[in-house]
Design a protein around this ligand. Structure first.
Ligand SMILES: *Cc1c(COP(=O)(O)O)cnc(C)c1O
Length: 243
């Protein structure tokens, strides 16, 4: 009896994931259209943190290709299980210096660069492994002490240092932010607009052609992010349920 009950639960969960993904694609589509954009320019990154392998598999079966994790420990229990699938893994959490060696080879994208020394370590491992990692710099738009990321006025100095260091194992592709909590939609949107203008000004100032990715928008603030030009949205609970 307990076995049958748990099988039923797991089928329900995977049905929900399929339904949730379909709904989410529909709402990204509508949202894009409302803001004069095309949904093909918005990459949906499924945030599978804390969720089991079965949930990731259900999303893959529904056609999902991009997944993200926010701790190395949790990620290393999942990524190896899907080596045969052609997935893109994104690292979106804070990265400690003793974990940097796990990024290259496991993750194609790293969204949370905020320190030169950590970037150098990731790059060195990538070079050793003859690979590279696509990187976004995390910006703490409103300088919230509870969040990581560089303050807006620290962004240019960091990019300058990164470019001077000529790190061969990483490629700078854009910026990431986490929207503020507990403020109204207009204020959220202003933060995302700030990130977009930082992207544009950095690209111009440093002449970085491929600096064109904006990772912003989660379940609660996806609409505001898409309105302000998000190219990647990171969605967890709308796909996998609450955590
Ligand atoms: C958990 C997390 C998300 C997803 O949040 P949801 O509200 O579940 O969509 C996105 N980005 C980061 C950095 C996260 O840690």
């Amino acid at each position: 009896m307990p076995n049958r009950a748990s099988t039923t639960t797991s089928n329900n969960t995977s049905n929900n994931i399929v339904t949730n993904l379909a709904r989410l694609h529909e709402s990204i589509d509508q949202c894009a259209r409302r803001h004069g954009r095309e949904s093909k320019d918005i990459r949906l990154i499924a945030v599978s943190k804390t969720k089991p392998i079965e949930d990731v598999q259900a999303a893959i079966d529904a056609g999902q290709k991009d997944f993200s994790e926010n701790t190395i420990q949790d990620a290393l229990t999942k990524i190896p299980a899907f080596r045969h699938e052609n997935l893109d893994w994104h690292f979106i959490g804070p990265l400690q210096s003793n974990k940097t060696k796990h990024i290259p080879g496991n993750f194609n994208w790293w969204h949370s660069l905020n320190r030169l020394d950590i970037a150098r370590r990731v790059s060195n491992t990538a070079v050793e492994k003859q690979t590279h990692v696509k990187v976004l710099i995390q910006v703490n738009i409103i300088d919230d002490p509870a969040k990581s990321g560089v303050a807006p006025d620290e962004l240019s100095p960091l990019i300058e240092q990164l470019l001077e260091s000529d790190l061969q194992g990483i490629r700078l592709h854009g910026l990431m932010t986490i929207g503020p909590y507990g403020v109204n939609e207009g204020e959220i949107r202003l933060c995302f607009a700030d990130l977009r203008s930082l992207l544009e000004s950095s690209r111009d100032r440093f002449g970085m052609e491929n600096f064109d990715q904006l990772s912003m928008g989660m379940t609660q603030d996806m609409e505001q992010a898409i309105a302000e030009g998000a190219t990647m949205v990171r969605i967890g609970s709308a796909i996998f349920g609450s955590r």
